[in-house]
Design a protein. Structure first.
Length: 279
């Protein structure tokens, strides 16, 4: 009996020590969606900055839904690629235990995108050119916010088109191949993205605003992050890319074989900007 009591007492002590210690504040778990250029680029820059400050950063690769759920449960600390109000608005609303830290980019946009040689300018004109586009809109992953929005566009504009879902990489590959062949193609696209710097593209006008107006990219964290990590919360509240700095970052990151080294070089180039984030 004494041995049992002693074992119970030891277990209680261990549990109390674990509770008092809490999570390791030097380890930061940050969510990231592979293939989403702006999110990958911003995350890599933030990772380098945090590691230079002595933090150990773990990147958790998953879908936006999984990342938001993980933050809500307290398992993921941060996610830098939340598009509001339209793209991720309904997703964010499901999770009460997450908090907004700041806005990292203010000029984001979703839409249907075509090469500049395509001679239409508005979404409703797709109805007159079904043969040229093979009745297909090339999309990305099924779980993405823009995927749901494009499905709604097809309904709102009464398009007899199939929304082909695969991956961001597959969409860009098909777009590049179509441009080489001067073939008509329409894809689900967004800015910021390096493809606008590498290819001559244009958004189709969306008079019904089904895809929304300008979006902002927000940085979110688990609900108690600002209390446990006040210095990092302040840092992320200041992280902001204007159109020029974002375009430069995406251009540098595109095709990089070592994104950590590319992030370091970008930070050196934009040292004054980064210093402002850290003040």
């Amino acid at each position: 009996m004494r041995k049992i009591k002693s074992m119970v007492l030891c277990l209680m002590v261990l549990l109390l020590e674990a509770c008092s210690t809490g999570r390791n504040k030097n380890i930061i778990h940050i969510g990231m969606v592979d293939g989403w250029a702006e999110g990958v680029a911003m995350t890599e820059v933030a990772k380098v900055i945090m590691e230079e400050k002595g933090y150990h950063v773990v990147i958790q690769r998953a879908t936006p839904d999984m990342i938001l759920a993980s933050m809500n449960n307290g398992d993921t600390d941060l996610y830098m690629d939340v598009w509001l109000p339209l793209t991720h608005g309904s997703k964010v609303a499901k999770f009460p235990n997450i908090e907004e830290l700041g806005t990292s980019y203010s000029h984001a946009r979703n839409g249907l995108v075509v090469p500049d040689y395509v001679t239409i300018d508005r979404i409703e004109e797709l109805r007159k050119h079904e043969r040229e586009f093979d009745k297909r809109i090339i999309g990305i992953e099924k779980g993405a916010g823009i995927t749901r929005a494009v499905d709604q566009v097809i309904k709102e504009y009464e398009l007899d088109y199939k929304h082909v879902n695969s991956s961001t990489v597959a969409m860009i590959t098909e777009l590049q191949n179509a441009i080489k062949a001067k073939r008509w193609i329409v894809v689900a696209g967004w800015q910021p993205h390096w493809m606008f710097a590498k290819m001559k593209l244009k958004f189709l006008e969306d008079p019904k605003k089904t895809l929304g107006d300008a979006e902002q990219i927000k940085i979110f964290a688990r609900g108690d992050f600002h209390m446990e990590q006040p210095e990092l919360a302040q840092f992320f509240s200041k992280v902001y890319f204007d159109e020029s700095t974002m375009a430069d970052l995406l251009s540098q990151m595109q095709g990089s074989q070592n994104k950590a080294d590319t992030a370091k070089e970008w930070i050196k180039k934009h040292n004054d900007l980064v210093k402002g984030w850290l003040q």
